[in-house]
Design a binder for this molecule. Structure first.
Ligand code: KPL
Length: 297
């Protein structure tokens, strides 16, 4: 299959290497075009994948059957909108990022759109991407055109298992949002790996309970205890990892807080619910971003 991966960061390189090894005709798409995209991944089995893959070929883009968008939520609009008119109307667009709300910013278009969330953990170490922890990718349709295309989960699963198809992806996205509301800001505040959050269980529980209140108000049947068990499972599974927000703050990059805790707070407000602890975390991360943006300007 012809596939373009938009965004060649840690997650983008992980998928580029997996899809290429599964026999697909892949290219990367970069904001600043370069002759090729160096893909250096240390895989879970310890083997290195080092290849220069093609990039930004407009003929490849126009013929792509899948456009996999691995950018951060806040980058999606600016990167994707200029490409939409160049895509085949049948090209399947997969959005893969933490948080929610990016799709609501996009104009209407006819291509099938899927949203997915993944618990695979990958991080950059110099010019190498380390695939730190295996996980599950959950994918489902977010418009009518995407509904008949459940086979896309098999294509992805063959390249980088596990991939699970959901006719209704929203509960899975909300569960991942809960994980990110807890792990990401807390790992920044306590300056720790995901696994170290086991030392701060009262705080983990407090945040999870607030998220559960919003999920219940949104109509998802979950209890705070079930959600807490899920969050704790992910803390264990990704124990050695530094969260993406920790890495963003350490590198003084814009974080996804507006699409994670920010999205949660916007939904809570719609239901008249106040979330004191999530509000405090949101304000703390925003202050950190403003501080380093101020320092660099
Ligand atoms: O999604 C993640 C992230 O870091 O953004 C988790 C699952 C928390 C893994 O670190």
């Amino acid at each position: 299959m012809k596939i373009t991966v938009l965004g060649c960061g840690a997650l983008g390189q992980l998928w580029l290497s997996a899809l290429e090894q599964a026999g697909h005709d892949v290219q990367g798409w970069m904001r600043v075009p370069q002759p090729y995209c160096p893909v250096n991944v240390i895989q879970l089995n310890g083997l290195a994948y080092n290849r220069n893959l093609p990039t930004n070929d407009t003929a490849h883009l126009a013929a792509s059957e899948i456009l996999l968008v691995t950018l951060k939520a806040w980058q999606v609009y600016n990167a994707l909108v200029p490409l939409l008119s160049q895509l085949d109307p049948e090209c399947r667009i997969i959005l893969m990022h933490n948080g929610m709300g990016s799709q609501g910013e996009l104009p209407a278009f006819e291509q099938p759109v899927f949203q997915c969330v993944t618990t695979h953990a990958a991080r950059r170490d110099g010019s190498t991407i380390l695939h730190v922890a295996a996980g599950t990718t959950h994918i489902g349709p977010t418009n009518i055109a995407a509904r008949p295309h459940s086979e896309i989960a098999d294509t992805l699963h063959h390249a980088l298992p596990d991939v699970a198809w959901h006719d209704d992806i929203m509960p899975a996205i909300w569960k991942k949002l809960a994980v990110n509301c807890v792990i990401n800001p807390l790992s920044v505040i306590y300056l720790c790996r995901n696994g170290d959050l086991q030392r701060y269980m009262p705080h983990v529980e407090q945040i999870t309970r607030e998220v559960a209140r919003v999920m219940e108000a949104e109509g998802y049947s979950t209890s705070a205890d079930t959600l807490l068990r899920y969050v704790v499972d992910i803390i264990h599974l990704t124990a050695d990892n530094y969260s993406s927000m920790y890495q963003d703050v350490a590198a003084q990059r814009h974080t996804e807080i507006d699409y994670i805790t920010g999205y949660l707070l916007r939904r809570a407000r719609k239901h008249g619910i106040t979330l004191p602890e999530n509000t405090r975390l949101f304000d703390t991360i925003k202050r950190k971003e403003q501080n380093y943006e101020r320092l660099s300007s």
